[in-house]
Design a protein around this ligand. Sequence first.
Ligand code: NAX
Length: 332
Amino acid sequence: VKDPIRVVITGAAGQIAYSLIHQISSGDVFGKDQPIILHLLDITPMMGVLSGLVMEINDCSFPLIKDVVTTDSEQTAFTDVDVALFVGAMPRKEGMERKDLLTANVKIFKSQGLALEKFAKKTVKIIVVGNPANTNCFILAHYAQSIPRENFSCLTRLDHNRAKAQIASRLKVSPDAVKNVTIWGNHSSTQFPDVRSAKVTVNGVETAVFEAVKDDAWLKGDFVSTVQKRGAAVIAARKLSSAMSAAKAICDHMRDWWNGTKDNEWVSMGVISDGSYGVEKGLVFSYPVQIKNGSYSVVQGLAMDDWAQDLIEKTQKELVEEKNDAVKATSS
Ligand code: NAX
């Protein structure tokens, strides 16, 4: 029997966590033989909601859940954790400037970064989901210097899954017939969903997505903007932001990180840039990655052209601006 792992979820009283807790607890991510102790962090006014959530977790009778810790204390939340899912963040409220949002989040992620540094295991695997996800991850990593840089990531897997779904629906195939799509850059509307190296299997035959779709104008136009704006489209229709699909994407991201990617396949993850593809070193940038033995490596040598380079530069520029504003906010 395996020892339990400790998994902290921040923003545990929110809507993404509500879907996420179920999938993690049922063994979908770490395996059906991996016991789990859940640490659920939220702010003080949400402690009542968390107590109700614990009733529901208990009532699910998950065999893998050995204990549930609910707390508003960062120390309690991050002590000895193996996995940290940073879902909670300050939401953008009406009338709030982008700068105010950034300042509020810098405060949260600075404080949580310091607590992670002090209390978590040094092997902790981290995904930042709360927006602005890339820049929040940058701040978190900055304040947790003793944790290896490769343990930090942010979620762009939802964008990756959205890109796969768009191609699959266009070609009337199952999403798992589509592989090697890439999300480059920021989890924002400047992201670059790229299928120039993606492949699709139709009737047992694997072909390039560009060859199968035979509509370059769509692949470079509406496809890109649909994926970039999908989050906004969900909000407009549902009056709430993506939650079920976000939770599914968090699980996909962590499952692949834990177990590895398939041979000759890659996934998208926001990671701390090592300068690959000319991106500023240290930025949290979404790349195509392959994973083996719990470690990712950025897929190298993918072809670039002026169109792609331009889009990568645009999303990089936005991330540099966000990072500079965030750094400014830490000193103010
Ligand atoms: P909710 O507003 O439902 O839940 C957020 C929870 O975080 C709330 O319970 C709140 O009390 C808590 N919280 C706020 N400050 C906290 C703090 N300092 N410590 C602990 N908890 C705190 O939002 P939900 O729909 O669950 O979304 C969560 C975050 O994910 C948002 O920032 C959202 O923008 C972001 N998203 C990111 C995505 C991605 O792909 N990276 C996609 C989905 C989602 O939009």
